[in-house]
Design a protein around this ligand. Structure first.
Ligand SMILES: Cc1cc2nc3c(=O)[nH]c(=O)nc-3n(C[C@H](O)[C@H](O)[C@H](O)COP(=O)(O)OP(=O)(O)OC[C@H]3O[C@@H](n4cnc5c(N)ncnc54)[C@H](O)[C@@H]3O)c2cc1C
Length: 350
């Protein structure tokens, strides 16, 4: 397949946001080209957690690795177990999810080019470098930045990114039964550590919003904390990436931002796959019909702002941070709040 010189809709990034957008548009017969810098779509630093109100009901069952009706949440001084009849969180493998989404989009008619790095964006003109080192220029009517936390499309719009935090993941072999969240302020400040079981491996990691601690410190803390939980992480590969939760809009005159490029992840939990897919689909709807509703993005932005308020409070003082984390667990324990408060999807059952 040869890279075209023009496409009606050009999507940069074959993550969940870009692929969800491509699928909707391609199914309606629109001319869609996706450019992805990696050799194959899918693999991404991630704990692979998806929620019941978010993606569990959307992705086919065979993609689910494990699912959990119980969530074990720990702070420094207490612990609780939140339970529900339906799985609260399930885990998926990002490579498997990405390849399934990519095959759906390409079967619908989208053209996916991998191993193509977008170097520069100027208006609706994009300069790319192919795997052979050749430079190629593409023009489009609609440009979609679905290119993650360090989006080149976002940069071309001069949109700053202030609220961005590091996430670290170790995927280690083994089988673990419990899904755990650790709001341990001594180890993670106002971030948290997790143990998310997959089918034959377990994701052990930590995330913290901006200003909490540097990526280097977070890694050190994670290694020390995990050792106390009985896991030796140093023997395994460490993967890290940033999570962007600095939302400043998604529509900019036929240039669109989705997912992490739009800063739509949660600053509190780092959840970003659901926001990526919802925003990708909303942008597709808007291109098809400019009068269509964007209420699903607006609902997420509201959730994101609630999460942001918790971070702002926690960041004021370490004592306030501890108090907040302990109160959060107490409120979950006493059912003053439920687990959905921490999710980006709106729980429409309430
Ligand atoms: C450690 C960690 C754990 C996480 N755990 C979870 C979790 O459990 N659940 C959850 O929901 N979220 C989690 N997230 C967040 C989640 O991974 C992201 O929010 C989500 O992947 C965003 O999707 P996206 O489609 O916007 O971007 P991405 O998935 O980042 O996809 C962007 C794509 O664009 C490509 N790209 C980037 N730049 C270019 C370029 N210049 N040219 C061509 N292609 C380019 C990239 O290669 C990539 O494939 C985690 C993140 C981290 C770092």
């Amino acid at each position: 397949m040869k890279l075209p010189e023009f496409s009606e809709i050009l999507i940069i990034g074959a993550g969940p946001g870009g692929l969800a957008c491509a699928l909707k548009l391609a199914r309606l017969g629109r001319d869609v080209v996706i450019l992805e810098r990696k050799k194959q779509p899918g693999p991404k630093v991630c704990a692979g957690g998806i929620t019941w109100d978010g993606l569990i009901k959307i992705v086919p069952e065979h993609l689910i690795e494990r699912s959990f009706c119980d969530q074990h949440i720990y702070s420094r001084f207490q612990q609780t177990c939140v339970s529900a009849p339906d799985p609260i969180i399930a885990t998926i493998n990002r490579k498997t999810l990405g390849q399934w989404m990519a095959s759906q989009a390409t079967e619908a008619g989208a053209q996916l080019f991998t191993d193509v790095l977008v170097k520069n964006v100027s208006g609706h003109t994009v300069t790319v470098q192919t795997s052979t080192g050749k430079t190629h220029i593409l023009n489009c009517s609609h440009l979609i930045g679905a290119d993650g936390a360090h989006s080149v499309v976002r940069r071309s719009l001069n949109i700053p990114t202030v609220h961005i935090g590091p996430g670290i993941n170790y995927q280690i072999p083994g089988q673990i039964e419990k899904m755990e969240w650790h709001l341990n302020t001594r180890a993670f400040g106002y971030g948290y550590g997790w143990i998310f079981p997959h089918k034959d491996s377990v994701s052990i990691g930590a995330y913290g919003p901006r200003g909490n601690m540097s990526g280097k410190m977070l890694k050190k803390s994670l290694i020390n904390w995990a050792a106390k939980q009985g896991f030796t992480l140093e023997a395994h590969k460490c993967q890290a990436a940033m999570i962007n939760y600095d939302y400043r809009g998604y529509a900019f005159d036929r240039t669109w931002l989705v997912g992490d490029a739009a800063g739509l992840a949660s600053g509190l939990t780092g959840e970003g796959m659901y926001p990526a897919i919802v925003s990708g689909e909303t942008v597709a709807d808007k291109i098809i019909d400019p009068a269509s509703s964007d209420s699903r993005i607006l609902e997420m932005v509201k959730k994101q702002q609630q999460h942001h308020r918790v971070i702002s409070l926690a960041s004021r003082h370490p004592a306030l941070c501890s108090l907040l984390m302990e109160s959060l667990i107490l409120m979950l324990k006493c059912r003053v709040i439920n687990f959905h408060t921490l999710e980006m999807a709106t729980d429409h059952r309430r």
